[in-house]
Design a protein around this ligand. Structure first.
Ligand code: ADP
Ligand code: MG
Length: 727
């Protein structure tokens, strides 16, 4: 047997089991070995059969007297049924849908069964779907609790994620078969090699692969299980870091344009902003300018809350690029591609850039699917002009237009740059890794890359998933901006809030109302959550609270054109209150909207609430954020109160991680890290260790002709690992 063998080829499986394995994403033997228990079942007392009590859990030692495979009368479900006896009595054990149990065990086998005790209508005691294990001996004659320590009952029973057709029990037994090996065949488990270098295991006191596999699948002690989990969590983060470090080393081999240090003229450019840069912004500009002065391609991520002023930082870098000429001086200017997630944002950025660059005479292009523009227009030098796409593409290709702003349409094949020196990606998590690479490959030249994000994630997570990027954090908001007044509003305090909103709207302001869902839940469906929906809430507000105002709605299921026109109406002040789901466009900038109500706030992570709040810090008017909660438990309220005290979104994302666990981080799934790996994210020491070790190893290895030659197992592992997706 090999790790890469298919489970279905090595173990007999029925169609339903094959489908279940597919759903569980278990294909190879290795996948199965790495399908870890999600938890360990309760440890039950060892009880003699005559003392068993229905509706309790128990562990019973005994001998199988009889074991058969049956089918239920109606639904033809397979049932394994055994009679187990000890020196005090007999009990029937029943397994539904697990025919293999009847095949694996035989009469006379000594076994230990653990599970829930049931009782049939006729009063017979049963044990249902118990975990079953062969044992070498059972103590005859010993009574229950007094001597139970003589029996080896110190066994935590693993509980695996199941899928219809594959039970936790089946997974357990199949894994145990792999670990124990079958006679006659070369023992896979015995020959397993650990991909993690020995020195690293020793340094961090991590168990070896074989030990760890035994400890995680059948631990004798809780401590062993924990130790194994720690090892596998480290392993996962270590692989991610290795891949990132390899990408980093490969990127370093490419060349980029050297952007000259035009310090004075950059200071002049920055000096013309209608505001002074914050220290944080200035530091970010300095870091970027330093990066792009070398031929090594920059890979930098700029993280900063919504409204922290990332655009001004980006514009300064763009300016530096436009001030540098290509070496041959023949082919126009060095170029920048600036990508943003939506057309609305592309237009907003274009307008801002026109203001920033107007005095320089530099040409700026805007490319969206609904039209292309160029600034300045030939006839009117202070205005932009609409041009054809073909014309814009031509000017980009011959290098005449140095700055191109647009959505992901910028990475289409038809867009060719003459001298692409810098790529800026705003809210990069909206773009796939592949797309990023495609853009970077353009022109057969590696441009410098500046990624920007306002998505607040904890530092450990950032260090992991952006392991190939240098991080700069803008942790300061522009001066003079009044902090948002945040209120936690309980159910009976809403009237006051509505009054305040009415007053502000009458002063000319606008408001958002965020609801957790679009439609009312289907009342026939069980378990549908009783949370507010956009449509009903908008109707309610219009009829009962704000009949005098214009209320609009926007949500993800609307057509892009519908969304655009609603946004336009809101921007133009024709809509007073916009009711929306939490997915309203990232970074939408409507400075006049200074109030936001978030309904059902207890359902959101703190970092997400903070991001929603970010929509109303776009101007110098006082902004308000009303956190509406249906819950009034102290714990929820305490958690929500962190919104009043935390300085920025990154701090709040740390709160989320510690308070609610990794599962609560918004978009956990999109990072491509397993739940186990996310446990590691809670531990800064572990993440740093994995990053350090991976960095050291790759740096050392990439100096050699054949990197990782001495680590064949690790190399294999990195090659075979399913591509990790981050977006
Ligand atoms: P984000 O980081 O969310 O992209 P923006 O770049 O859109 O933020 O900036 C938000 C607003 O703050 C813009 O209107 C911008 O002009 C303004 N701004 C940026 N930097 C400063 C600053 N240092 N002082 C005052 N206002 C600033
Ligand atoms: Mg922005």
């Amino acid at each position: 047997m090999k790790l890469t063998d298919k489970v279905t080829e090595k173990f007999r499986t029925a169609e339903s089991q094959r489908k279940a394995l597919e759903r569980l994403k278990i294909e190879t033997i290795e996948d199965l070995l790495y399908h870890f228990p999600t938890r360990y079942g309760e440890k039950f007392d060892v009880v003699k059969i005559k003392n068993l009590v229905p509706k309790t859990g128990a562990t019973v030692y005994g001998k199988i007297q009889k074991i058969d495979l049956k089918k239920t009368y109606h639904s033809k479900v397979a049932i394994s049924e055994a009679i187990i006896e000890d020196d005090t009595g007999k009990i029937k054990a029943i397994w539904f849908n697990q025919p293999y149990i009847a095949k694996m065990f035989s009469p006379e086998d000594l076994v230990c069964v653990t599970g829930e005790i049931g009782e049939t209508k006729s009063g017979n005691i049963t044990i249902n779907n118990p975990k079953i294990e062969k044992v070498d001996s059972i103590q005859v004659g010993s009574s229950d609790s007094l001597f139970s320590s003589e029996i080896d009952d110190d066994f935590l029973s693993p509980v695996y994620k199941e899928s219809k057709g594959i039970s936790s029990n089946w997974i357990y037994h199949t894994i145990q078969k792999i670990i124990k090996g079958s006679s006659g065949e070369e023992n896979l488990f015995e020959n397993l090699k650990d991909p993690i270098p020995e020195e690293i295991l020793e340094k961090y006191h991590l168990p070896h692969l074989k030990t760890a596999l035994i400890w995680i699948h059948s631990p004798r002690k809780e401590r062993d299980a924990l130790s194994a989990r720690k090892r596998f969590a480290f392993e996962e983060i270590f692989y991610i870091q290795l891949k990132k470090q390899i990408q980093r080393q490969q990127a370093k081999k490419l060349d980029s344009y050297i952007i000259s240090d035009a310090k004075e003229s950059i200071n002049d450019f920055i000096g013309r902003f209608p505001f002074q840069l914050t220290d944080s912004q200035q530091e970010a500009v300095d870091a970027i300018l330093k990066d792009i002065q070398t031929p090594e391609p920059m890979s930098r991520l700029l993280e900063g809350d919504v409204g922290s002023g990332k655009t001004a930082v980006a514009a300064s870098a763009v300016y530096a690029v436009t001030k540098t000429n290509p070496k041959d001086h023949k082919h126009g200017k060095l170029q920048t591609a600036y990508m943003v997630p939506t057309e609305i944002l592309a237009k907003q950025h274009f307008e801002n850039f026109v203001k920033y660059f107007e005095y320089t005479g530099v040409q700026i292009g805007l490319m969206t699917s609904s039209g292309c523009y160029k600034f300045p227009s030939k006839v009117s030098p202070t205005e932009a002009t609409k041009i054809s796409r073909a014309q814009l593409l031509k000017w980009i290709e011959d290098g005449q237009i140095p700055i191109l702003i647009g959505t992901h349409s910028l990475i289409q094949k038809t867009v060719k740059f003459k001298n692409l020196a810098l790529v800026i990606i705003d809210e990069q998590h909206r773009f796939g890794t592949e797309q990023r690479k495609k853009l970077a490959k353009k022109d057969n030249f590696a441009p410098h890359l500046l990624s920007m994000t306002a998505t607040p994630i904890p530092r450990t997570l950032a260090l992991t998933i952006y392991g190939d990027l240098d991080l700069t954090l803008i942790d300061q908001m522009p001066l003079g901006r009044k902090p948002v007044i945040t209120d936690i509003v309980l159910k009976n305090e809403r009237e006051k809030t509505y009054d305040n909103i009415r007053k502000e709207i009458n002063n000319g302001r606008q408001a958002y109302v965020i609801c957790p869902r679009i439609d009312e839940p289907d009342p026939d469906k069980q378990n549908t959550l009783n949370v507010k929906s956009v449509k009903t809430e908008a109707k309610y507000l219009q009829e009962k609270i704000f009949p005098e105002f214009k209320i609009g709605i926007i949500h993800g299921k609307m057509k892009p054109t519908e969304k655009d026109s609603v946004m336009k109406e809101f921007e133009d002040g024709k809509i007073d209150i916009l009711v929306s789901t939490s997915v309203i466009e990232v970074g939408v900038n409507v400075p006049n909207a200074t109030m936001i109500i978030i309904e059902g706030a207890e359902r959101f992570g703190l970092a997400q609430l903070h991001q929603l709040r970010g929509r109303v810090i776009r101007s110098n008017h006082q902004a308000y954020c009303y956190i509406f909660t249906e819950s009034n438990t102290q714990k929820t309220i305490d958690r929500l109160l962190a919104l009043k005290t935390s300085k920025n979104g990154f701090e709040l994302s740390e709160h989320d991680l510690q308070l609610r666990g990794s599962g609560e981080l918004s978009g956990n799934k999109q990072w491509g890290i397993s739940d186990l790996g996310m446990e590691a994210i809670k531990n800064i020491k572990m993440v740093e260790a994995a990053r350090d070790e991976a960095g050291k190893l790759i740096k050392k290895e990439f100096k050699k002709k054949k990197p990782l030659d001495k680590y064949p197992t690790l190399q294999n592992k990195l090659k075979n690992k399913r591509e990790i997706h981050f977006e």
